[in-house]
Design a binder for this molecule. Structure first.
Ligand code: FES
Length: 462
């Protein structure tokens, strides 16, 4: 195991993963490994199944498809969400089918009626109708005929499910990440847009494309004129975080997060705006907000030349906060220490990424696509705080992996995925060499994956 040191930050153990390591690629390429994932990983972990806002009314439901399993998540009462295996207790028919070409099913039902012989279930999973039950001569019990329950809980406005009846609580699974991120109040954000696509790579290849800013220098070269992207990366148990190192004061990075940086240039009033403009226009109108962008644009008019970067940032954020308050968007209170520890982006084990800001987040999820180890369903969405009643109406949209549909930055990320998946199969590939400082999230992912899978642990290379 690669862990060699640990430090304590605010009573949270941060596992440092300082060693240079490698890990096997069968996690990405082996069909047998993918088959084992169904039992050893997906059947055991909490997984994000959707957002609470997707099922606001009683009877609203969504499905979450993972491996051979399909889960129905439904609002059974105004304040209750339930989850069940999407399978009829009679002879195993799927109760709700995912429409062809969709990433999930959704709708509103008073009852779930099986299309094969008509057995019917209420929103609590109880069987309320068996066709000609007398034929069983009293052998059927309520337990036999109800839907199989799945654990369900919420955090940050996300709905999580777990198929393991003996699992730890969601909160325990998410800590310490949840405790660090609570202050962002993601539950008060709503979808801005949500898109999905099928990629020619394993789900882990797709997730790892967003685990480290180490790739910015090679992939997003247009961003280099707006800042330095040297990153730290740290493990927090199952989960991991990355952010920007503050190694060079000339680069005017007052914090590690995207939205508290002044960009790169002689005049922080201008560079702050240029960075925000770059993010807004090339990351599909996510990774910052229109309010922050507009407030940054005014900096040259509102502040004198020569204002120090820290003062520019303070003025900019106060100004944007006031703009939002005026339209009914109240910012959460996040201490500077909390903001710094929260960093830039989190990997929530196993298949969720959150790149958070004060009033927004850009998120990713990747899942296997059938039994094809070389494909995955990749979903990305932006959430943001909106004035009450002004939330946009959104739905999942399948979108080609182009710059036009996703923005330049994401399309650049996408271009790496199939290339990595193909490259790992090369006879000439000697094995992975993750950056021991900037890609610890990736290494931590494989360390934890190995714990669930019983193999594939990263090992030292010296
Ligand atoms: Fe569902 Fe027969 S399989 S009613």
């Amino acid at each position: 195991m690669s862990q060699t040191a640990s430090t304590s930050v605010d009573n949270v153990t941060v596992e440092d993963l300082e060693d240079a390591v490698t890990y096997p690629v069968d996690a990405f390429l082996s069909r047998e490994y993918a088959e084992a994932e169904k039992d050893r990983l997906w059947a055991k972990v909490w997984q994000m199944a959707g957002r609470v806002e997707e099922i606001p009314e009683v009877g609203d439901f969504i499905t979450y498809e993972i491996g051979d399993d399909s889960i129905i998540v439904t609002r059974s009462a105004p304040d209750t969400i339930k989850a069940f295996h999407n399978v009829c207790a009679h002879r195993g028919s799927r109760l709700v089918s995912t429409p062809c070409g969709k990433n999930n099913a959704c709708g509103n039902r008073k009852q779930f009626v099986c299309g094969f012989h008509g057995w019917t279930y209420d929103l609590d999973g109880n069987n309320v109708y068996v066709h000609e039950p007398q034929d069983w001569k009293g052998a059927l019990t309520e337990e036999m005929t109800r839907l199989s329950d799945v654990k369900v809980d919420t955090w940050g406005g996300w709905i999580f499910i777990n198929m393991d009846p003996d699992c730890v609580s969601l909160r325990e699974f998410l800590e310490p990440a949840a405790g660090i991120l609570d202050a962002f109040e993601f539950e008060r954000m709503r979808y801005k847009w949500r898109q999905w696509v099928i990629f020619d790579c394993n789900w882990k290849t797709a997730m790892e494309a967003f685990m480290e800013p180490y790739h910015v220098a090679g992939t997003h070269t247009q961003m280099l004129e707006h800042g330095d992207y040297y990153a730290y990366s740290a493990a927090y148990g199952l989960h991991g975080v990355s952010g920007f190192d503050q190694r060079d004061p000339d680069l005017q990075m007052s914090q590690s997060s995207t939205v508290t940086r002044a960009g790169k240039g002689q005049d922080p009033r201008i560079s702050t705006y240029e960075l925000q403009h770059e993010l807004y226009t090339t990351v599909n109108y996510a990774s910052t907000t229109e309010t922050l962008l507009n407030a940054a644009k005014r900096l040259v008019d509102e502040l004198p030349e020569g204002t120090p970067a820290d003062e520019v940032i303070q003025h900019w954020l106060a100004s944007a906060r006031a703009d939002d308050a005026a339209r009914g968007v109240v910012w959460p209170t996040i201490s500077p220490e909390n903001m710094a520890e929260a960093g830039l982006a989190w990997h929530i084990f196993p298949n969720m990424t959150v790149l958070q800001g004060i009033t927004f987040a850009l998120c990713y999820r990747a899942r296997p696509y059938g039994d094809d180890v070389d494909k995955c369903i990749f979903e990305s969405y932006a959430i943001e705080r909106f004035p009450e009643g002004k939330e946009p109406e959104t739905e999942w949209v399948q979108a080609e992996a182009t710059a036009e549909k996703w923005g330049l930055v994401l399309s650049q990320d996408f271009s790496n995925m199939a290339s990595v998946q193909k490259g790992m199969k090369s006879r000439g590939f000697r094995g992975t060499l993750p950056n021991p400082h900037q890609e610890r999230k990736v290494t931590n992912f494989h360390r934890n994956l190995a714990r669930y899978m019983g193999r594939g642990a990263p090992r030292r290379i010296r």
